[in-house]
Design a protein around this ligand. Structure first.
Ligand SMILES: Cc1cc2nc3c(=O)[nH]c(=O)nc-3n(C[C@H](O)[C@H](O)[C@H](O)COP(=O)(O)OP(=O)(O)OC[C@H]3O[C@@H](n4cnc5c(N)ncnc54)[C@H](O)[C@@H]3O)c2cc1C
Length: 437
């Protein structure tokens, strides 16, 4: 292939998904504690796009700027782009299109399709594309995965002062683009069909992605509390994850609740503590000692406005339109207490989204995580229906040519660095598979 043609291909694959094309700040007019507004803030925050959130409540001048009649106007939220474009009550897909990131696959067939653009998928894409594989990376929400929602990652190698997850994700995205992988943002893989030497992934909008090898790096989703009003109050006081996009909306007189005792919950507590009156962590265990890294535990213990409510669970949520209060029950004493609050962030670990794998007979463990290599039944030897002479490679699932990396994989370590490492390693096995079957 001629050099000019290669360069044009790189330009085409990178620039159309290149967020550096966006300059300026998006102004978003809406009501605080409104689910769509939260989704937009979360998406833009993770995507490292500058935006200004403007609450329209009780402000005629702001209502006028937003071009709406009242704070209950159905056209809210309104996104005003620097070029003068206004999107009323937009979907994330419309925002992705407006930013110029929406694209369809440019090739009829890829060497490797990677699902999930968290640390594992981004790393797999960097290594695959830099090693000459025709690579597509499919992400249903924003680049960065769980890491993109972290306010401050302090234990990732090479960043002694720590780095915001969104910034780390944006740097990785640039690197993916630099090597010419295509990124399809806001597109969800929902189904797969696999045959020898070929995999076909179907996206939610029926787009088909054909690839010789597949890497599943779809991570995990936060679990829910499963309380009666949880869905109704989602984005209106109830949030999943560490709430990095929401901290700016909290103020000094408020009490914030964080459910969970892991590192993500601890980071969230540290992030909110300088901004609000108090942070209360609601944890099931008797202490944080066994669930959180020592460096975070030391910090949390030294911050006077963080309180840990141990052996406790949130047992009810209250509020008509928005969250107004929660009930916390101490599991040991059985006593319940009502706390008024507008903010609860739920960080209680994850569950993998791998029902597609079950449909095509890919082996999973009892929690739904994908089994790979030596973890496959029969001590990593060829599982039933395995069509090849060789045994599965280290990160290969029970389907030849389908690999798993990062948090979605059974036995994974649930850290950025290990997800990045597994993404890179998966590509080594993709090469082996493409060369030798
Ligand atoms: C708030 C928070 C703070 C953290 N802090 C740290 C830290 O300080 N240090 C550390 O080492 N680790 C930290 N972690 C853990 C770390 O972020 C994860 O271990 C890591 O992100 C896992 O990477 P992954 O790529 O395997 O999965 P994920 O990060 O979960 O990414 C998976 C991606 O796949 C996408 N996806 C899912 N399904 C589909 C589909 N069907 N089609 C397309 N895309 C799909 C998701 O939208 C997501 O973007 C933190 C996690 C959280 C939540």
């Amino acid at each position: 292939m001629a050099a000019a043609q290669v360069s044009q291909e790189l330009d085409d694959s990178c620039l159309r998904s290149n967020m550096e094309n966006f300059n300026g700040t998006i102004r978003i007019y809406g009501r605080n504690a409104e689910p769509l507004g939260y989704m937009i803030r979360d998406f833009l925050h993770r995507s490292d796009i500058p935006f200004e959130w403007i609450d329209v409540t009780n402000n005629d001048e702001v209502l006028r700027q937003a071009g709406v009649a009242s704070a209950s106007d159905k056209r809210l939220p309104v996104c005003a782009f620097p070029d003068g474009t206004r999107l009323e009550c937009p979907t994330i897909r419309q925002i992705v299109e407006k930013l110029g990131w929406f694209r369809n696959p440019s090739r009829a067939e890829y060497d490797v399709a990677i699902y999930g653009a968290g640390p594992a998928g981004l790393s797999a894409a960097v290594y695959a594309a830099s090693e000459g594989l025709k690579t597509v990376l499919v992400e249903r929400w924003a680049v960065g995965g769980q890491a993109g929602s972290s306010s401050h990652i302090e234990n990732y190698l090479g960043f002694p002062k720590g780095i915001a997850g969104a910034e780390l994700a944006e740097r990785a995205r640039e690197q993916v683009c630099k090597f010419g992988a295509e990124i399809l943002i806001g597109r969800e893989g929902v189904r797969g069909e696999f045959m020898p030497g070929k995999g076909v992934g179907y996206l939610a909008d029926n787009t088909k992605i054909v690839a010789r090898a597949t890497v599943c790096a779809t991570g995990v989703e936060y679990r829910r509390l499963n309380l009666p009003d949880e869905d109704r109050l989602l984005g209106a006081g109830v949030y999943y994850g560490a709430g990095a996009s929401e901290a700016k909306l909290c103020h000094g007189g408020e009490d914030v609740f964080i459910v969970g005792g892991g590192n993500s919950a601890g980071q969230a507590a540290m992030h909110f503590s300088p901004i609000v009156r108090s942070v209360k962590m609601v944890v099931r265990g008797p202490s944080l000692k066994d669930t959180i890294s020592q460096y975070l535990l030391d910090r949390i213990s030294s911050v006077p406005n963080i309180e840990v409510l141990t052996e406790s669970e949130v047992t009810a949520l209250e509020g008509a339109q928005v969250l107004q209060a929660i009930i916390v029950t101490n599991q040991k004493t059985g006593k319940s207490r009502r706390y008024e609050t507008r903010w609860i962030f739920i960080c209680i670990g994850g569950a993998p989204n791998t029902s597609w794998a079950e449909e095509v007979g890919i082996a999973r463990d009892e929690g739904g995580y994908l089994l790979t290599g030596p973890d496959l039944p029969n001590g990593g030897r060829a599982p039933a229906n395995w069509p090849l002479e060789r045994h599965p490679y280290f990160l290969e699932t029970s389907m030849p040519g389908v690999f798993a990396a990062g948090d979605v994989r059974h036995g994974s370590v649930k850290r950025c660095a290990s997800a990045v490492g597994e993404g890179a390693m998966a590509i080594t096995f993709v090469h082996r598979y493409l060369s030798n079957g």
